[in-house]
Design a protein around this ligand. Structure first.
Ligand code: C2E
Ligand code: CA
Length: 894
């Protein structure tokens, strides 16, 4: 295979070959040897040409016919040389003219003509020969004129020659001229000679041949030709060049043609351009040389011709540059068009263009993918067809604005082919051509998922995950809006602050799962009370806030009652009947507050009031609550110094076994004598102490005081009684209380069984730690009573796990005796359970004889209540203790 280097060697060989040929001709002019060697050179040359062409043809893929016919042509030439040689060197005679060699020479020309006309036919469509018709014509006119002048005319006027002589002699110049015409047509028609077929070398070869032929014929005509003439190697060169052209064509075909594409293009096109004019100038110069009689007119005509030619060449050069520029621009345009197309077609978003009527002009694949409609279905259709009626109007206005030159950005839903609607974020840009809007470009992004996620996030940000109710943030927004609107409409509305009582107890005793479900269920009930504009939100924990729009002052009570009734009813959750009664505080707009914050604070205060007044009710805000509230704040602050300032005191309430009339124990109940507000009930300040943590210090003080008091009475010789103390459930969560009790008992030397620790049912039964603490206390020998039994939510199974000695029947149930059959039922159950589980029983809050007799009938003989005594300061109680016992008639009326 010939690579570039191979071709170079070949070219060098050709040069060397021809040079050697010349050396032979010049040195052995007319010699025998010169003749033989010269003829050998002229014979081997075409042979090499044939071999080169055949070599190339075998390996070529394209234009094989063309090259094969050319090979045949060179082959004929070789035969011509062979026969020539035969005459001259073998037969040693003058080569006949016209003779056999001429037949082969002419055949060579004929084959070449066949090859070119063949090629011409196959490439005719690609050629722009017309463009060069003038150039070709000029060259041909010059060639024909010269040929006529030097060759054809002399042949025709040669006297005494046979018609065959004339015919053969004419065949050469005519054939050559035809060849020249073909070569020029092909050569000029090539867009880029290099890439095609090495046609340049054929052209070169033929030009050499035509030139040599012409000289040869001229010499023949004037009878001056002999073998070994200087033009002989030119024929050989011509054949070798054609052979070389074949090899070039082959290597160009094999290597990537791109590498050489740009090579010499400029020079070639310049040559192509200048050639006709050069010929014209050439013939003029010839005119001057041949006809020495120059006169002013020929000179003037000549100069004019030269100037025209120069001018023409200058224009051509300029044109050529313009053409190149145009070519470059076209390429750039093609690149940018390609880029634009790529951006358009492969854009990840839907891209489309609309005409001024809003009809699709072009769309990319993404539009098809997004809408589900085919290209053909959308093109020519209005952009609005995929929209619903409502969006249509909106989007139409955007389109009009965009057509007026203002880019538009908007979101709209469209209906896809499958009927689903998707949300698109659309950018519409006016398409401006020469300062006129000729249409619109649109880019659309599917943001359906984004919107869904956005909505989810927004929902999460504005809602409580457990109940699905709005949260405080959303509530605040709605409340603000309501207030803004109410300013214009004079609307009245109410805010409800709802707190579920005992939710903590439910969580602690029945578990968080049930607590959660209870919250969900109560949220549902709250929703039932709402009308469209109202909103209920979970404020956190067990607190809810409700906004009831358009509720006047007189209607608010009805609304509240309805809400209360709904929420009061017990729930059945996982087979448990639980109730979470609400405490509801209400504040009205505009009566009670001017700002959302104030309104909520006032509703909260009203709720707090309900909590303090026994819960399970509602209360409207009134301005005195502000005082109460600030009082609470003051109390919370002052509580910290209450101990140091000795404002706390214990009162004792006796517990009597009515079957014997004996006081068997007392319950220590704390009192706070506030320097400004006077007596503060423990129901007010114990929760505050619990909240602030000061309860620990207070409890320590209570235990110390109570035990000391018990020991004091014991030392005074009074009958032994148990000392009951109340312990906040919170304190049972750690075992520091065990240490404290142990210490106090030791310090004061009170037998442990004289201490009775009252714990409410609200203690965290679920929290194993609280039970452990109780177990440890029990191990100390301390007695344990379950306070307010029945108001909490402990199930029987929990009850069994607690190390308790007795249960206290809560005041609430005792109050119902003789009034409420259900309360009586509960008391009945409690006493049965206590008997079954062998717990002791004590009733508190006994105020009437009826209650006492009822309880006694149920075998509950230990009682505590105003019927016997209020809680009293130690000194006063001591007096009662000294009486040793209550008389039978005092304790058990008929
Ligand atoms: P509790 O343990 O249920 O205490 C019984 C409450 O009922 C006492 O209210 C007592 O004065 C009241 N009471 C007794 N007999 C009658 C009666 O016949 N009729 C009526 N209406 N009430 C009666 P008090 O003293 O206001 O105590 C309230 C709550 O404060 C107590 O409820 C207890 O849970 C808590 N408490 C009192 N002292 C302490 C203490 O030292 N530490 C802790 N942690 N809590 C305490
Ligand atoms: Ca108690």
């Amino acid at each position: 295979m010939f690579v570039k280097k191979g071709r170079l060697y070949l070219l060098a060989f050709i040069a060397l070959y021809i040079a050697s040929y010349y050396v032979v001709i010049i040195n052995w002019k007319q010699d025998e040897i010169g003749l033989i060697v010269g003829n050998l050179f002229s014979m081997v040359g075409p042979l090499v040409g044939v071999i080169l062409l055949l070599y190339s043809v075998i390996r070529m893929k394209k234009n094989r016919r063309f090259w094969s016919i050319l090979a045949l042509g060179i082959g004929c030439y070789f035969l011509a040389e062979l026969t020539w040689n035969y005459y001259e060197n073998h037969l040693k005679v003058e080569v006949p003219y016209p003779g056999l060699p001429d037949l082969f020479y002419i055949l060579q020309i004929v084959f070449f003509l066949i090859a070119f006309s063949n090629r011409l036919l196959s490439e005719i469509r690609r050629m722009k020969a017309i463009k060069y018709i003038f150039d070709i014509t000029i060259i041909m006119i010059v060639a024909v004129s010269l040929s006529w002048y030097f060759i054809i005319k002399p042949i025709l006027i040669t006297p005494d020659v046979s018609p065959l002589f004339v015919a053969v002699s004419l065949a050469y110049p005519v054939g050559d001229l035809a060849l020249l015409l073909m070569v020029m047509i092909i050569f000029f028609g090539q867009k880029n000679p290099w890439t095609k077929s090495g046609i340049l070398y054929i052209a070169l070869g033929l030009v050499v041949q035509i030139y040599a032929d012409s000289i040869y014929l001229y010499l023949q005509a004037i009878g001056n030709y002999h073998s070994g003439n200087l033009i002989d190697p030119m024929f050989t060169l011509s054949m070798l060049l054609v052979g070389y052209a074949g090899v070039t064509s082959l290597t160009l075909e094999q290597s990537s043609a791109k590498r050489v594409k740009a090579l010499d293009y400029k020079q070639l096109s310049l040559f192509r351009m200048i050639a006709p004019y050069a010929c014209a100038v050439g013939i003029f110069i010839f005119l001057l040389v041949e006809q020495p009689s120059i006169n002013a007119i020929t000179l003037g005509a000549g100069l004019t011709l030269i100037l025209i030619v120069i001018r023409q060449v200058a224009i051509m050069i300029e044109n050529n540059q313009l053409l190149k520029k145009f070519d470059r621009r076209t390429k750039q345009l093609a690149v940018s068009t390609q880029r634009y197309k790529t951006i358009f077609q492969y854009h990840p978003d839907a891209v489309f263009s609309l005409d001024l009527q809003g009809k699709y002009q072009s769309i990319n694949d993404m539009v098809v993918q997004l809408t589900g409609y085919l290209y053909e279905e959308l093109i020519g259709e209005s952009f609005l067809t995929l929209l619903d009626e409502e969006s249509e109007k909106k989007v139409q206005s955007y389109l009009i604005k965009a057509i007026n030159g203002v880019p538009q950005y908007f979101d709209t839903y469209i209906q896809t082919r499958s009927g689903t609607s998707i949300l698109l974020s659309i950018t519409m840009i006016p398409m401006v051509v020469q300062e006129k809007v000729v249409g619109l470009y649109g880019v659309a992004k599917d943001i359906t998922d984004n919107r869904i996620n956005e909505e989810k996030i927004k929902f999460m940000a504005y809602h409580d995950s457990l109940t699905g109710l709005p949260n405080r943030s959303l509530f605040d927004e709605k409340l603000t809006v309501a207030m803004e609107e109410a300013k214009d409409t004079n609307e009245h509305f109410a805010v409800f602050f709802i707190d579920l009582d005992h939710l903590k107890v439910i969580n602690d005793t029945l578990g968080h799962e049930i607590g959660d479900e209870l919250l969900i269920e109560s949220a549902k009930r709250m929703r039932l009370s709402l009308s469209a504009q109202d909103i209920v939100a979970r404020q956190g924990g067990d607190e809810f806030i409700l906004l009831a729009r358009n509720v006047k002052e007189d209607e608010v009570v009805v609304f509240a009652k309805q809400l209360l009734d709904r929420l009061r009813k017990p729930y059945t959750i996982q087979g448990n009947e639980v109730s979470a009664t609400p405490s509801i505080g209400i504040a009205l707009y505009p009566t009670d507050a001017a700002t959302p914050r104030e309104l909520l604070k006032n509703a909260d205060m009203a709720m707090y009031r309900v909590k303090n007044n026994g819960k399970n009710n509602f209360s409207k805000y009134n301005p005195t609550m502000d005082e109460e509230w600030s009082k609470v704040m003051t109390l919370e602050r002052d509580l910290h110094q209450a101990l140091e300032r000795h404002e706390l005191e214990l009162h004792y309430q006796p517990q009597i076994d009515v079957s014997t009339g004996k006081i068997i124990g007392v319950e220590a109940l704390i009192r706070w004598n506030h320097p400004v507000f006077g007596d503060i009930p423990p129901t007010v300040f114990i929760p505050l102490a619990d909240k602030s943590g000061i309860i620990q210090k207070i409890t320590r003080w209570v235990i110390d005081q109570a035990i000391a008091q018990a020991v004091e009475w014991q030392n005074k010789g009074l009958d032994p009684i148990t000392m009951g103390i109340n312990i906040s459930p919170k304190l049972l969560e750690s075992d520091r209380i065990v240490e404290l009790v142990t210490n106090m008992l030791e310090v004061h030397k009170l037998p442990p069984d004289r201490l009775d620790i009252e714990v409410t049912e609200a203690l965290a039964v679920n929290a194993e730690h609280s039970i452990e603490t109780l177990d440890q206390l029990k191990e100390l020998g301390v007695r344990i009573s379950l306070d307010d039994f029945g108001t909490g939510y402990s199930s029987l199974s929990h009850l069994i796990r607690l190390p308790i000695d007795r249960v206290k029947i809560a005041k609430e149930f005792v109050e119902g005796i003789g009034i409420d059959k259900r309360m009586e039922g509960i008391i009945h159950s409690i006493s049965t359970i206590a008997n079954e589980l062998q717990f002791g029983l004590i009733a508190e809050g006994v105020e009437t004889d009826i209650q006492a007799s009822y309880l006694k009938k149920l075998n509950c003989t230990v009682m505590q209540g105003y019927l016997y005594s209020e809680p009293l300061p130690a000194k006063q109680l001591e007096k009662i203790l000294q009486q040793k016992s209550f008389k039978e008639q005092d304790v058990l009326p008929d």
